[in-house]
Ligand binder design. Structure first.
Ligand code: GLA
Length: 381
């Protein structure tokens, strides 16, 4: 190559680079160390950014969303999810902050289910029941991460292979979770996929706790919630669904019109007592068309932040942070008190393997499990 063309090439490359930096297109996810697990495995921190002021930080321990910054109505950005500053926090934590939950989101009664005539036994880690995948679910595993950003979005793909029999579940499950932050929209898309080599059950979700005020010292009771859900699944005293689909109308579970989370939370209601507040699965209204549907909206009046949740899933666990008790030392030293974060876990219904009338969570070899959830942020006056 002669000197002139190579100089031209250098100039051209510089302009392409500068343009991509300016628009955010083609920028890659920023990676740094996040320490070593107690077993000595290195964990990384991945920062996804866009052109609209949003930033999502994910670690490959538990495929966990550790921070999510979005602007308020004045353009001021703040972190709207709870979490820890250190890997040790996530390793020892019991609240599932931001984690990917698997193999089975929420409870399986008595840690037992039968499939194809065989009874499977799971660890009972929540009273008599098995919760969120057992003693060491997907939230406590190190995932493999690869950045797969496109011109219009930053993308992080995380994979984990769960061996046959892990935490009592049958089949080798290959799971993938992909976080996508578009360059021009403040929404975080989470795509889940999985395959198995034996019949099994699966129910993946994300367990982020939101406080849209950006200040986790404040309770979330003033957030206004809308759930496009005509029914919920009532539970017994151990939070296992009874199998009934109950109409929300006329109960404190009716969020079909925007209502403050705290408006009815302390009412004398058996279901609220069982959960010590809201900790229930809502049955989402399913329009005829398939694909992502807008199922929940949460508005925080002081900051003006609005979160819209879209999902392909049939249910959503709305948990009002009732078990947070001020002992978890979170980001910036904040002690997270009761009801300072809420979760909207898009999912299949809890304990589905023991309820033939619930949508099935069975996954068979040759099938592919696929679900998606989008967290869309904007502001209102
Ligand atoms: C889910 C459960 C709650 C609680 C949290 C984690 O939302 O339904 O009961 O266990 O996870 O603390």
């Amino acid at each position: 190559m002669t000197r002139l063309p190579s100089l031209l090439l250098a100039f051209f490359s510089f302009f392409v680079f500068a343009a991509s930096q300016a628009t955010g297109a083609g920028r890659e996810v920023q990676t740094s160390d996040f320490g070593k697990t107690s077993e000595g495995v290195s964990v990384h921190r991945y920062v996804l950014t866009n052109n609209k002021g949003a930033e999502a930080v994910v670690i490959n321990y538990g495929a966990t969303l550790v921070s999510l910054k979005v602007p308020d109505r004045n353009g001021k950005t703040a972190d709207v999810v709870l979490g820890y500053d250190t890997l040790e926090g996530y390793e020892l934590g019991k609240s599932y902050f931001g984690a990917t939950i698997g193999r089975y989101g929420n409870r399986i009664a008595r840690g037992e289910f039968s499939l194809d005539g065989t009874v499977f036994h799971l660890p009972r880690n929540d009273g008599p029941n098995s919760l969120h995948g057992g003693m060491r679910g997907f939230n406590k595993r190190v995932w493999a991460a690869v950045a797969r950003s496109r011109a219009d979005a930053q993308v992080l793909e995380l994979s984990y292979t769960s061996p046959d029999g892990e935490e009592g579940y049958p089949g080798t499950v290959k799971a993938k979770v992909t976080y996508t932050l578009p360059a021009e929209t403040n929404e975080l898309r989470i795509d889940y996929s999985a395959t198995t080599d034996k019949d099994t059950v699966i129910n993946l979700t994300n367990h982020s706790y939101f406080n849209l005020s950006g200040d986790a010292s404040k309770e979330i009771v003033g957030h206004e919630l809308l759930l496009r859900a005509p029914q919920f699944t009532p539970v017994d005293a151990t939070l296992i669904p009874t199998g009934e689909l109950r109409a929300v109308r006329g109960t404190p579970f009716d969020f079909t019109k925007p209502t403050a989370i705290g408006a009815r939370i302390n009412q004398d209601d058996e279901q609220l007592k069982f959960g010590r507040g809201y900790d229930h699965n809502w049955v989402l209204e399913k329009p005829a068309e398939t694909g992502l549907q807008l199922v929940a909206e949460v508005f925080e009046p002081t900051s003006g932040r609005l979160l819209e949740v879209l999902t392909t899933e049939p249910g959503i666990q709305f948990y009002s942070g009732n078990f947070l008790d001020g002992t978890a030392k979170g980001k910036g030293g904040q002690l997270y008190a009761r009801r300072t974060g809420f979760c909207l876990e898009t999912q299949h219904f809890p304990d589905s393997p023991n309820h033939p009338n619930f949508p099935s969570t069975v996954l068979k070899p040759g099938e592919s499990y696929r679900t998606s959830t989008v967290l869309r942020f904007s502001t209102r006056k």
